[in-house]
Design a protein around this ligand. Structure first.
Ligand code: ZN
Length: 296
């Protein structure tokens, strides 16, 4: 029996990863490119796919995207500030002439699936994956399934209480007090006047302290609303010094002893991701695998 091959495309805001294979230890072909104009970017990805044979295709895209299968715009990016990309039908452009099952989801949802299958949330039924970088994105897995509804969750825009001494404007154009607006990479960069990668140790310590406070506050909401068994916290901001330890401490103080579960205090409750930059592309393979399972 010939093993089934899967294809996955991670369409990120800055880079695209196309992969053919079945998992992290079995990648038959891979293409990485920068995200440019839609025709150029999707054309290159489609050309790569046309050179390979596969039995299902998973597409993981930056958002916001239309995920409701019954909607005529399913498979498209809806409205994005990214020039030229609003309304682009990503699925149509990538699937081309292929008549295989196709699954479509957000890049963060796909990354969550990959961390669940092969990474830091392996064996966990209910977890939240949060990435803190250019923005804040998150995927919610409950009983082994991603949460979807009218739209995908928008964890970056949950409200957090401002630190009393923090008068810096939010970088979110919609909300003066949301998670992404106060503690994403750009929010921290504006506060400290530099890229965190370029900052010295003292500034990085200060940024870690501030970010951990806001991250702990936001995670409190996720803990109470979603009852995760684990939180996978990644992205550029999560690589600040001691960030996971600091966030665990802040979450502990935010929960204030309620409901008093020792699991919430355990080192394994808030963890870094295990797949790093591969999570999105591998997650697209999980989407393809799920599309295949639904089709038989
Ligand atoms: Zn916001």
């Amino acid at each position: 029996v010939k093993p089934l091959l899967l294809a996955g495309v991670e369409l990120g805001g800055t880079k695209v990863v196309c992969v053919v294979g079945t998992g992290p230890d079995d990648v038959a072909a891979e293409l990485r490119l920068e995200t440019r104009r839609p025709e150029e970017t999707l054309g290159a990805a489609a050309a790569f796919l046309a050179e390979h044979s596969f039995d299902a295709l998973g597409i993981a895209s930056f958002g916001p995207v239309e995920l409701r299968p019954a909607d005529p715009a399913w498979g498209s990016i809806t409205t994005t500030p990214k020039p030229g990309w609003s309304g682009v039908d990503v699925v149509r452009a990538l699937r081309g002439a292929a008549s295989v099952p196709v699954a479509f989801d957000t890049d963060v949802n796909a990354a969550a699936l990959a961390e669940g299958r092969w990474g830091a949330a392996r064996g966990i039924d209910s977890f939240v994956y949060v990435t803190v970088g250019t923005g804040i994105g998150g995927g919610v897995v409950t009983d082994g399934r991603l949460v979807h509804g009218l739209v995908h969750p928008e964890l970056g825009h949950i409200p957090v209480a401002r630190r009393p001494d923090d008068r810096h404007p939010s970088v979110c154009p919609y909300h003066p007090d949301c998670w992404e607006g106060l503690t994403s990479g750009p929010a921290l960069m504006e506060r400290f006047g530099m890229r965190l990668e370029d900052a010295d140790d003292a500034v990085r310590e200060e940024a870690a302290e501030l970010a951990a406070g806001y991250l702990g506050a936001g995670l409190r909401t996720l803990v109470y609303a979603l009852a995760p068994q684990r939180i996978v916290l990644g992205g550029g901001v999560a690589s600040l010094p001691g960030l996971h330890e600091r966030v665990r401490a802040m979450l502990h103080s935010e929960l204030a002893g309620y409901p008093g579960l020792p699991e919430h205090d355990a080192a394994g409750f808030v963890v870094p991701p295990a797949l790093g930059g591969r999570a999105g592309g591998l997650g697209a393979l999980v989407l393809a695998d799920e599309a295949l399972a639904r089709s038989v």
